[in-house]
Structure formats: C-alpha cells, structure tokens
Write a new protein. Structure first.
Ligand SMILES: [Zn+2]
Length: 215
C-alpha cells in the first residue's frame, strides 16, 4: 500500500507515520529525514538542501523529488511505503501522480489540527543533536533535562520550532499544501482524521482510514 500522510507541521505525522508503518510493515519515508541525511552526507544535493533548511525555507522541489525518487526505487518499497512530508505542493503531487512512484498513491490521509494547538505543540519541541530523536517539554520530556534518553547527546530547539518560524511555516502550509486536500479529494483518495484526539485515538483513525481503502 502506497500512502501519503498530509497535515500541518506539528500535527503528529511523524509519530503516526511510525506507528502505522510498524502495523503495516512498510517503510516510513520522511522527507525531513531524507533531507537531513543528505545534508549530513555532505553530498552536493545535501549541502544545497541544508542552506534552505537553515533559513527556515522550503527546499526546492527538484531537490526533494530527486531524493524521494531514489528512495522509493529501493527494494524495501516494493510492497508499499508511507510518505511523510511529501508531497508538499501541487507540483510535487502532480509528479507523484504521473509515475514518480509506479501507479501513484493508494490513499492519502490528512491529519487535522487547529492553529493554536499546533503552536503550543511545536513551541515545546526539542530535538537531539546526536540522533535526531524528538521530545516535548510538556508531553514527552527526556528523563534528564536537556539530554537525549537514547544517546545522551544535547537537546536543542531547531530554528524550525521557534515561534516566528512556526507561524511562517503554518502560513506556507496553508498556501501551498492545504490546496492538496481538494486535489486528492477529487481523485477519491483523501480521508480526514481528527488530529487533536489522544495519539492512540489518532492512530486508530489513521489505520481505519487505510483499512477502508476500497470504499
Ligand atoms: Zn539522541
């Protein structure tokens, strides 16, 4: 099953993506992780992408599309995969529909969360400098303040997670990504899930949305 999760920054796509992928035994492909890996690898494409990310700007489509294309061509994606953070705009969605991944997507699930809830969630987010693991000062704090449970490295607030940047990201999302809801609704692929419920409930909603894939 080829699935894309849509939703604004902070809606819980990453967490839900991991849960759903475990259940369905398919790879979780996060465009953010792919970009960060590429940046760390020091490749030309990675360094170019990193400059945009450090400014809190969107990475150009051609860079992202190139990375996704390489990733979904790998063998572990044959039985399906879940895309998290891609497509992000109309151009990417059209490329995806036109054979970037075989016959395109089987289902698109939108996780919906209001703006005030998103700002509260994102503002408390901390990221591990070592392994990239995410924490939240209120809902998922590390055992030792400022240190990663998994690898012991220092936690920091990504530029992405500062309030002014959060507002900008939400605005970009509204302008560029939200219109994809209509695009996928017209193709009959879209299912909406309430992302403000408890995480376990959201997971149930997402899995139910995928289960009814032939409806
Ligand atoms: Zn860590």
């Amino acid at each position: 099953m080829r699935v894309a999760l849509l939703g604004p920054p902070g809606c819980g796509k990453g967490t839900q993506g991991e849960i759903v992928c475990k259940q369905l035994a398919i790879p979780h492909i996060s465009s953010g992780d792919l970009l960060r890996q590429a940046a760390r690898s020091g490749s030309e494409l990675g360094l170019a992408a990193n400059e945009y990310m450090e400014r809190g700007q969107l990475v150009p489509d051609e860079l992202v599309i190139g990375l996704i294309k390489d990733r979904v061509a790998q063998q572990d994606c044959e039985a399906g995969f879940l895309l998290d953070g891609f497509p992000r705009n109309r151009e990417q969605a059209e490329k995806l529909a036109k054979g970037l991944v075989g016959d395109g997507l089987d289902r698109v699930v939108a996780i919906e969360v209001s703006e005030p809830a998103l700002v509260a969630r994102l503002g408390g987010r901390r990221t591990c400098k070592g392994c990239g693991r995410l924490y939240h000062v209120r809902w998922n704090p590390p055992k030792i303040e400022g240190r990663c449970d998994a690898c012991g490295a220092e936690l920091y607030t990504r530029d992405d997670d500062r309030e002014a940047t959060i507002r900008e990201r939400l605005e970009v999302y509204r302008q560029r990504t939200e219109p994809l809801m209509d695009f996928y609704a017209q193709m009959g692929l879209l299912r909406r899930v309430d992302g403000e419920a408890a995480p376990a409930e959201v997971s149930k909603g997402v899995l139910a949305a995928l289960d009814g894939r032939n409806d």
